[in-house]
Every structure is written in C-alpha cells, then in structure tokens.
Design a protein around this ligand. Structure first.
Ligand code: OGA
Ligand code: MN
Length: 209
C-alpha cells in the first residue's frame, strides 16, 4: 500500500508544468508525528551539528547566512519513523522518474532544527562544483504552527525574484522544487522550527561527505 496521502500523478503533472509544488498533509498524521518525535529525541540527545554552507574545501559555518542545526538521516536510518519517511520519499522518486525522466537515483536528507530567531538567507541549493542535486524536498514537522511565528519558506518563482510565495512550515506540508532553478529563503522563525530537508540526486554525482 502506498504511504502517500495525496495523488502522485497530480503532483507529477504540477511539477512538470511549474517546477515546484506544495503538498499539504503529504504523509499520514502518524508518520508525521512519529518523525517529529524522532527528530526531537535525537535533538535532545545532542546529535545535531551546526549547518555549514558549500561543500568540500569550500565548506564553512556562516551564521550570517544560516543558523540552523542538522542531522543527516543516514546516521539514524534504523529509526522506524525514518524508515517510513524514506519509503514514502522512494515512492515519490519513482513516480517523478516515470513522469519527468529526471533520472533521480538517491535521496540525501537531514533533520533541521531552527532555534528561535534562526533563518536561512536567499540561496540556490545546487553546489557550484556538484550538479547532482536535482529536486529539493522539504517536509515540515510543526503541529499548529502559529500564523505570527514567521519561519515560512519564501520560494521565488522567477529568476529575477520578483514573484514569490510564502509557505508556512506546518506539520505534514511537503514542498518540492527543482534545485537549480528556484531561489528560496527561510524567514526568521520566532520559535523552534523542525523539518526534514532533502535532495534527490541524479546518477553520477559525488556525495558531499
Ligand atoms: C535548505 C532550505 C528550507 C526550509 O535547507 O537548503 O532551503 O524551509 N530549507 O527549511
Ligand atoms: Mn535550500
């Protein structure tokens, strides 16, 4: 049985048409709640590290650009909640490959915690020296995120960044967009903000660790 709570074909059509899609209630409430609990658990165990920008020699902690902390899911792949998430993301990958011929081969993803006040300035997700990241996925884990708590992802819809949408990081919402095409940022969060961010990679790219 599919783990997805939405119509994959509709999502693929939207992606093919626009290059981005926002899916509320993308996974079951149970998977989402379990993933949230797992994220908080490993956060409290102190397993996260402060996020860096760039990769390889160009990698650096630049808190004026981003102020979140992350934990790569391959470090906690045995957790049932992470396995359920990976199974769902696998279904999406196969559907997208059937519909869009992107040749996606694998997903790399991490939990991210934005402490109160944290943000991530406007950026593109593709590294200068590695073009394997193809489709960005962000899945939010915040039950009842308040309207006035900031923390939205601002996704710019055109290359000049004139037009944008803001998406609340509400639990269950999944955002997908082409990694090399869409500038985006995370507006300052006024309270702790949890998510799983990932990138589907095409075959042939090197892994950044
Ligand atoms: C990222 C990112 C967006 C979000 O980690 O590269 O842009 O909403 N995250 O968390
Ligand atoms: Mn990003």
């Amino acid at each position: 049985m599919s783990t997805l709570s939405f119509d994959l074909e509709t999502v693929i059509d939207t992606l093919a048409d626009k290059g981005w899609v926002v899916i509320p209630h993308a996974l079951s409430g149970e998977i989402t709640a379990n993933l949230r609990a797992a994220c908080l658990d490993v956060w409290q165990q102190g397993l996260f590290h402060e996020a860096a920008t760039g990769r390889g020699d160009g990698q650096a902690r630049r808190s004026e650009i981003r102020a979140d902390s992350v934990l790569w899911l391959d470090k906690v792949a045995a957790l049932p909640a992470v396995q359920a998430y990976n199974a769902a993301m696998d279904d999406i990958m196969h559907g997208v490959n059937r519909g869009l011929y992107l040749g996606l081969a694998e997903l790399e993803s991490h939990f991210a915690v934005y402490p109160e006040g944290a943000f991530y300035k406007k950026h593109l997700d593709r590294f200068k020296d590695d073009d394997a990241r193809t489709l960005t996925t962000v899945f939010y884990l915040n039950e009842g995120w308040p309207q006035d708590a900031g923390g939205q992802i601002r996704l710019y819809l055109d290359a000049d960044c004139h037009e944008f949408i803001d998406v609340e990081p509400e639990a269950g919402t999944l955002v997908l967009f082409l990694s090399d095409r869409f500038w985006h940022e995370v507006l300052p969060a006024r309270q702790q903000r949890l998510s799983v961010t990932g990138w589907y990679r095409r075959r042939g790219g090197s892994v950044p660790w």
